[in-house]
Write a protein that binds this ligand. Structure first.
Ligand code: MLT
Ligand code: ZN
Length: 453
């Protein structure tokens, strides 16, 4: 039977950019985890904002639901279809405007990868404050939609702290445009702030006006071996006050073992340690002495490796950044079902106790758990091999009981929608739902994401 929506979409974007056969749809239908997938009615790939607007309007006229998608590096099932939706791929919106060096801002299309944005900013002597391992595929639009955090939140804040403006297509196809980038603007509701972190449920972000920072002339990375997460927190306390601090990450011996198995990397330090902390500092003046001074005499520290040179810094970062792929490879090899990834955060005062509770619960359930993440924010990536929904539930209760959040930087997606009530009370959820219903009354944008059922 002819699908008149597909004909209309092909008229808007060209037949080559409406993917209907299973083979060409496949990579858009399953997310990075492999845990979330579904069949799309089609994948449509407009080239610009006007195209997105016309696609959204045509879909709305046909009553078709849309799933916006960027680089499809998400980990909570928010960017893949669930029940025959149209996948709206934004990757062709990859325009980067010239950097405004006086304002230290740039306007980037939703499909620009983080790596391309970093290179563009650096060529103008500036840098972008959000970075994470999926930088080569993850896009500006996706990172705005999830309010991505990443490695440098301790210095620059999350994506919301970088977003000065957005352009977005509303559920009926109209375009809201606030790209002026005024640092001061007191004229009512902050739509860019609202759309950041809305996970494609309120509008489709097509461009963002982003804050840039001075490009640091000096950087240093130290990888420290310590005895436990408690000792890692002692390191954090010692470096927290450094104005040059740009990252404090941590992982454990089990994760390091998987990274080394998977990558063939050599041991990072002369001896093995239960826990590892990676600290990075950056600034316009040399930063190594300052970091060394802060760590000097710290009883918690066993071994240290220090790198200043770009290549050597990347080599130390690899031990932390390659956890995601190593854990996924181990999970696939073990054949124990899909990897359950919980991105949570707890107050630092509760972190040690939380970690112990997670390990106990996973051991009781016969599941292997690998913990790593962003120590400065108490943001733990709980990777459960051989996990299940009941164990997820128990672990997320442990988070909520300690005043934590069930998603620190990956979003709620479909993965955590059922647990939103653990951290957002009834009034809070009713206010969110009122916003959703006023901007998308027919529920056409990313159904099933954020709000369960
Ligand atoms: C990370 O910090 O490496 C990312 O959030 C990805 C992950 O959690 O696996
Ligand atoms: Zn992370």
């Amino acid at each position: 039977m002819a699908d008149s929506l597909l004909t209309e979409l092909a008229r808007i974007v060209g037949a080559d950019h409406v993917l209907t056969d299973a083979g060409s749809r496949a990579s858009y239908e399953t997310d990075w985890t492999g845990r979330f997938s579904g069949q799309a009615r089609c994948v449509v790939r407009p080239a610009d904002t006007t195209g997105v607007s016309r696609v959204v309007a045509a879909s709305a006229a046909a009553g078709a639901c849309l799933v916006p998608q960027g680089g499809n590096t998400g980990l909570v099932g928010a960017s893949v279809p669930r029940a025959g939706e149209v996948v709206l791929s934004l990757t062709r919106l990859d325009g980067l405007e010239p950097v405004d060096t006086a304002a230290a801002q740039v306007t980037a299309g939703a499909g620009v990868t983080l790596a391309a944005l970093h290179a563009h900013a650096e060529a103008a002597g500036l840098s972008y404050g959000v970075d994470f391992a999926a930088r080569d595929s993850a896009t500006v639009g996706g990172s705005v939609a999830t309010n991505a955090g990443g490695l440098h939140v301790v210095r620059y804040g999350d994506t919301r702290a970088q977003v000065l403006g957005v352009e977005a297509v509303l559920a009926d196809g109209r375009v809201v445009r606030r790209l002026g980038g005024l640092p001061k603007d007191s004229t009512g509701y902050d739509l860019p702030g609202l759309l950041t972190g809305s996970e494609g449920t309120l509008a489709v972000v097509t461009r963002a006006r982003l804050r840039l920072r001075p490009l640091p002339r000096h950087r240093v990375v130290a990888l420290l071996g310590v005895g436990s997460t408690h000792a890692a927190l002692d390191v954090l306390a010692a470096v927290r006050g450094l104005p040059s601090l740009s990252a404090v990450e941590w992982f454990h011996d089990d994760g390091l073992r998987l990274v080394r198995q998977h990558s063939g990397l050599p041991a990072p330090l002369p001896a093995e340690h239960p826990t590892y902390v990676l600290v990075e500092c950056e600034g316009q003046e040399p930063v190594t002495e300052t970091l060394a001074g802060a760590l000097d005499g710290l009883a918690a520290v066993g071994d240290v490796a220090v790198a200043e040179d770009r290549r050597e810094r990347a080599a130390l970062w690899a031990y932390r950044e390659r956890h995601t792929e190593a854990v996924a490879a181990e999970s696939a090899a073990s054949g124990g079902g899909p990897l359950h990834k919980l991105d949570v955060a707890v107050p630092l005062a509760a972190l040690g106790d939380f970690e112990a509770a997670v390990r106990r619960r996973c051991a009781d359930a016969g599941a292997q758990v690998v913990l790593f993440g962003h120590l400065a924010e108490g943001n733990v990536h709980v990777n459960v091999l051989g996990g299940n929904d009941d164990l997820d539930h128990a672990l997320l209760l442990e988070v909520a009981e300690r005043g934590g959040t069930i998603s620190a930087e990956h979003g709620v997606g479909v993965a955590k929608a059922a647990w939103l009530p653990l951290v957002r009370d009834a009034t809070d959820r009713a206010a969110m739902l009122a916003i959703k219903r006023s901007l998308d009354p027919r529920g056409l944008l990313n159904p099933g994401v954020l709000f369960a059922g």
